[in-house]
Design a protein around this ligand. Structure first.
Ligand code: SF4
Ligand code: SF4
Ligand code: SF4
Length: 188
C-alpha cells in the first residue's frame, strides 16, 4: 500500500520519516548534525517495533524527546520540518498511537497487528488463495464437480506471514482481516 493510499497515521508518519532518512542528501537528510541523523533513525526503528507488535508505553516519551531534540538541534529547515511532522503526529494521533502500542491497528494496515481469516460461507473453494500463498499457510481442498466431503479452507495462523496475497487473489472477497487483539480479546 502506498503512502497516499494509507489511512494509518502510524504508517504514514513512519513512511515520511523513513523517506527523509533514506532520500539522497540533496533532497533528504544530509546527516551533518547528530540530533537529526540519530533521532530520525531511532524514530523509524521505534515505529517499526510498534508496527511489529513490540510497542511499549515508553516509546511515546522517546518519540516526544526525539521530536524536541531534532527541533532544537537540527541545523536546517528540512530537519526541523520533520521534527514538526513527528510532533504533530504525537499531538493529533495520540489515541491511535496508544492503540497500536496495545496491538491494534484500527485501519487494519499494520500487518503484524492483524490476522487473516476465511469466511466459509463466502468461500467457493476455488483454491486460488492456497496457490498464491508462498508460505503454505492455507489448507483446504479445491471443489470438484460431483464430489462431496471437501476440507474447508482455513489459514494456519502460525505459518501466515501477513503478506496479504490471499486477499488480493480471492475472487469473492472471502478472505477478511481482523484486528489481532480483537481475536485475542474474544478468547479465540
Ligand atoms: S537538520 Fe538539516 S543539516 Fe542537520 S542533519 Fe538534518 S537535514 Fe542535515
Ligand atoms: S496473508 Fe500471505 S502468508 Fe498469510 S495466508 Fe494469506 S497469502 Fe498466506
Ligand atoms: S481464493 Fe477465496 S474463494 Fe477461493 S478458496 Fe481461497 S478463500 Fe475460498
Amino acid at each position: 500500500m502506498s503512502q497516499q493510499e494509507s489511512k494509518c497515521p502510524v504508517s504514514i508518519t513512519k513512511a515520511r520519516l523513513e523517506f527523509f532518512y533514506n532520500d539522497d542528501s540533496k533532497n533528504g537528510m544530509c546527516s551533518k548534525c547528530h540530533p537529526c541523523k540519530l533521532g530520525i533513525y531511532d524514530a523509524v526503528k521505534i515505529f517499526e517495533a510498534i508496527q511489529a507488535g513490540r510497542g511499549e508505553e515508553k516509546h511515546i516519551a522517546l518519540l516526544r524527546r526525539i521530536a524536541e531534540d531534532v527541533k532544537d538541534g537540527g541545523m536546517c529547515k528540512k530537519g526541523k520540518d520533520h521534527a514538526d511532522i513527528l510532533a504533530a503526529f504525537l499531538k493529533d494521533h495520540a489515541a491511535d498511537l496508544e492503540r497500536h502500542i496495545k496491538g491494534v491497528c484500527t485501519s487494519r494496515e499494520c500487518a503484524y497487528l492483524v490476522r487473516y481469516e476465511i469466511n466459509p460461507t463466502l468461500c467457493t473453494m476455488c483454491d486460488k488463495c492456497r496457490e498464491a500463498c508462498k508460505d503454505f499457510a492455507i489448507e483446504g481442498q479445491k471443489k470438484e464437480p460431483y464430489k462431496t466431503g471437501f476440507t474447508p479452507y482455513r489459514i494456519r495462523q502460525r505459518r501466515c506471514t501477513h503478506c496479504g496475497e490471499c486477499v488480493k487473489v480471492c475472487p469473492v472477497g472471502a478472505v477478511f482481516i481482523v484486528e489481532e487483539q480483537a481475536v485475542v480479546g474474544a478468547g479465540k
